[in-house]
Design a protein around this ligand. Structure first.
Ligand code: BV8
Length: 251
């Protein structure tokens, strides 16, 4: 079996004996599906914008048509993308350990398309439309440059969490519960710079869990993690699953 990166046997044993594995994923997990990360420079007509500057209620209020064009561009990009081996391996892990809680910062829905169930969408979903006034879910009329709410006439906005906005209550409470209950926490494909998501690994650590980072470019947080696997999730996760599937003692 061609080892793509060395996965310590101690980590495989840890996962083999795990009771509850909590996983946090970020844009890096979708990078191998061709979905640009937030760190990646945007190309084309969006190159001059910082994603962080567009993903705010202020930017929407200032120019809702611009923001709708940006999100429709990203929706097309994501709709054309396919889940990659990393997404499928993460879905498979749920069959190999008693309990998995999957929390994603990604709004692309690729985990669900790879078969993961009960995914906690910590930052919402890009394909949802919500009333800007009260957050109610609606289906936007895509012929409208700025779709409006059929109930109150306010603008509709993409169902994602913008900077400066609170994390949805259910997603927040379920994530904190899982991070403080798990015995293994996997942080995969995230720069761990955006809060409160970036605080979940520390919560798991202080709650006694072993914390693992999978990222080709180890983050500033890695120093207080237990295992750092410096590789692409599309290579590391399938290998981890393969090693987990091997009967102990037959490695
Ligand atoms: C809030 C949806 C308050 C929208 C997103 C504490 C300290 C400092 C700042 C704050 C703080 N608390 C709050 C803040 C402010 C802010 C924040 O964190 N700012 C940062 C930038 C400093 N947080 C907020 O505003 C949050 N809300 O605090 O509200 C509040 C409370 C109550 C009531 C009212 C208000 C909301 C944050 C959510 C924003 N929305 N997304 C959209 O998508 O359009 S965030 C968005 O950016 C993503 O969802 C994701 O979370 C983040 C990007 O991070 P990553 O996913 O990690 O991706 P990134 O590109 O950064 O990195 C990719 C990584 O992958 C890299 O490390 C790379 O090496 C790696 N990689 C690359 N290829 C691979 C790979 N890894 C594995 N395999 C590969 N192949």
């Amino acid at each position: 079996m061609n080892e793509v990166c060395d996965i310590p046997a101690a980590l495989v044993n840890l996962l083999r004996d795990a009771r509850h594995v909590c996983i946090l994923t970020g844009a890096g997990v979708s990078a191998e599906s061709g979905v640009p990360t937030f760190r990646d420079a945007q190309d084309g007509l969006w190159a001059k914008y910082e994603p962080q500057d567009l993903a705010t209620p202020e930017a929407f209020l200032a120019d809702p048509a611009l923001i709708w064009r940006w999100y429709r561009w990203r929706r097309e990009l994501v709709a054309e993308a396919q889940p990659n081996a990393g997404h499928y391996a993460i879905a498979k892990l749920a069959e190999l350990v008693p309990q998995v809680t999957l929390i994603t910062q990604n709004v692309d829905g690729l985990h669900q398309r790879a078969g993961s169930k009960n995914v906690i969408e910590f930052h919402g979903n890009i394909f949802e439309d919500r009333c800007f006034a009260d957050g109610t879910l609606h289906t936007a009329d895509d012929k409208m440059e700025i779709p409006t709410c059929p109930d109150c006439g306010a603008d509709l906005r993409p169902g994602v969490v913008w900077f400066g906005e609170a994390i949805p209550e259910t997603a927040s409470s379920e994530s904190y519960t899982a991070a403080s209950d798990c015995d293994v926490f996997l942080s995969i494909g995230t720069s761990s710079l955006v809060y409160p998501a970036a605080g979940l690994a520390d919560l798991a650590k202080t709650s006694g869990a072993s914390v693992v980072e999978v990222n080709p470019d180890p983050t500033a947080h890695a120093a207080n993690f237990d295992f750092i696997i410096a590789g692409n999730s599309g290579l590391v996760m399938p290998e981890l699953i393969e090693l987990l599937a091997v009967e102990p003692g037959l490695e």
